[in-house]
Write a protein that binds this ligand. Sequence first.
Ligand code: G4P
Length: 288
Amino acid sequence: MAIQWFPGHMNKARKELSTRLKDIDVVIEMLDARLPGSSANPMIAAMTRGKPSLKILNKQDLADPAVTALWLDHYERRPGTRAIGLDAGERAPAQRLIAACRELAPGRGGLEKPLRVLICGIPNVGKSTLINSLTGRRIAKTGNEPGITKGQQRILLADDFELVDTPGMLWPKIIVEQGGYNLAASGAVGRNAMDEEEVALELIAYLMRHYPDQLGERYKIGEMNGRQDYEVMEAIGRRRGAMLGGGRVNIQKTAEIILTDFRAGQVGRLSLERPEEWVVWEKAAREA
Ligand code: G4P
């Protein structure tokens, strides 16, 4: 799937990140709990190799809790890595976040030189929301359209703990095809950069395999067994009254309905990838 990224901004962000990393003790990467593999940025992984790493699986309120548990376990098995699930509803996330970082870098940080923690994540993952909640102020802009460039900042969360925000946009390079669809389904990709019908169809196909009951229940379209994804899409369109003249279903409108519902958690708490699936998709992409 063709997605329009912004290589110029990326190069600038990469250079700034590289300078900034020199005095960083721990790197926090925020991931979307519904799609941890796709929302990870391989460039960040390459640039921060060897640094203690905290993965935050954010928006866990929208993800399948059983699958989130699998991902947390998957990351915790990596040396020098900790993982926590989080969502915007958590009142005081600072304590858990600070404790996890301190565990990752024991002996580092003190009153003279605070523990320096870099926080990064792709646009729309919820970084500004988290920073706002950590500081209790609205200092970073939250917004619906991904791609807003934000200023750089250093935030003292405790006397001996400094959070350093990453500059600019850090889009992932899309290597895994399914990853592109999942990012688009999650809302991380601007509308102009994707084909919503294609994205919604892929989403339906995945939900039919993993969450047929929730899908049937949400749209009251009965059993999924033996049906094709496009038949299910049409059934949803009919059910929701997304029609064109002559009894034809308005597929574009139907796609928008499905994507909006998914993003708002209206179909249920759903995850779009599991660790074992992601490993297979990644391997296939590398061998292609
Ligand atoms: P960014 O800085 O990483 O680009 O992301 P930002 O904080 O702007 O968040 C992007 C969208 O994700 C916002 O929604 C925000 O409310 C939502 N969000 C952030 N964290 C969570 C979470 O843990 N759970 C859920 N369900 N949503 C989360 P928006 O529609 O753009 O704006 P809003 O009107 O909802 O604030």
